[in-house]
Design a protein around this ligand. Sequence first.
Ligand code: URA
Length: 250
Amino acid sequence: MPFEVVGLIIWQFSLLKLSINVRLDKFICESTPLTRSLAKKALHRGDITCDGIVVKDSGFKVTEGMRVCLEGEPIALVGVRYLMLNKPVDTICSTIDETYPSVLSLVDVPKPETLHIAGRLDADTTGLVLITTDGQWSHKITSPKKECGKRYLVQLADPVDAGLIAVFAAGVELRGEDGLTKPALLEIIEPQLVRLTITEGKYHQVKRMFAAVGNHVQGLHRESVGQIELDPALALGEWRYLTAEEIASV
Ligand code: URA
């Protein structure tokens, strides 16, 4: 097992230990798809055992090391989770399926309903999407005040010249908005292929920035968010848990 995965498991275990003195009904809800009322019904039916003894009391305290089973199968707290996904086209960053399937349908983990997406990409954009159960962590990524950089690889309809670097560094006015965009870093790889790093996340921001200078985005791929780089080992549609270092970098 790779070193960083071992570190992550130890770290997640330490988080679980902190929360291991919980009511039994809460424990069941946080470790299975059961709602509070279904958990209570399972308790009343005698489907729950703690260290081999049937427990029917919802308020019973589950302590560290206790073996809790639902219909004979052990259950365990799921805990805080952080994932990266390489988003394919024709998927959306909403939590429910609409015109296209949600990116969450690609992530096969327990209790997917506790996950949310830290920063949205358009349906036709590919690349790095961060998914978590930790609201404070995702706020650091999405809040414009935190100025977390997002780097995109952008395929353009028309060539750009070096003058655009200063224009984007100074900020451009987006259609329908007052004021200028925050300074953005443009790197020209080829006349029609560039990297753009922005620290805001306005609606369709990259496409609208290039539209503001008379160009058109033909392909958009997110390569990084803050210090977190999309893992090149992930094919489109694949995901993995973040390492402890990646989580701490935000
Ligand atoms: N900017 C866009 O225009 N689209 C995205 O998906 C992300 C940033």
